[in-house]
Ligand binder design. Structure first.
Ligand SMILES: [Zn+2]
Length: 138
């Protein structure tokens, strides 16, 4: 597990940094995400809550939408990190997984880590098997 923190130090450091900037006055559950693009740049996103709750945007989607807004596409994404506080790994929610299956390649590494030094490396194919994709619309 320590090797994950070494191998993905930069992206995890940036994800933990942006986690502190989350706007989460209701849940107090701060999440940070960071995407490394193949040009060596890092792009962050945090969860942004809303008093209406349903309009809350998760950190994963904040980061992915930002990266796509800059013109990057799935082939330009090298890896993604998602981090939380606490003793459990904050795995992406269902809504984020559906967005991730659309915007990430199946084998793009997704590192999930927390402030308790736990970490795993997974990908969207593992997180959302038998998913609905553009292939189903053909
Ligand atoms: Zn989510």
């Amino acid at each position: 597990m320590q090797k994950i923190f070494e191998d993905y130090k930069d992206i995890l450091d940036k994800a933990f940094e942006v986690m502190e900037k989350a706007y989460a006055p209701y849940s107090k559950y701060h999440v940070g995400a960071c995407i490394k693009t193949t040009d060596g740049k890092y792009h962050v996103g945090a969860n942004i809550e809303n008093a209406s709750y349903g309009l809350t945007n998760c950190a994963e989607r904040s980061a992915l939408f930002h990266v796509y807004s800059l013109g990057y596409r799935e082939d330009d994404i090298e890896s993604m990190a998602v981090v939380t506080r606490g003793n459990t790994l904050g795995s992406p929610c269902g809504a984020c997984r559906q967005v991730m299956v659309e915007l990430l390649k199946n084998d793009t590494p997704v590192v999930i880590a927390n402030t308790s030094s736990q970490a795993i490396i997974t990908n969207i194919a593992e997180l959302l098997p038998f998913s609905f994709t553009s292939e189903d619309l053909k």
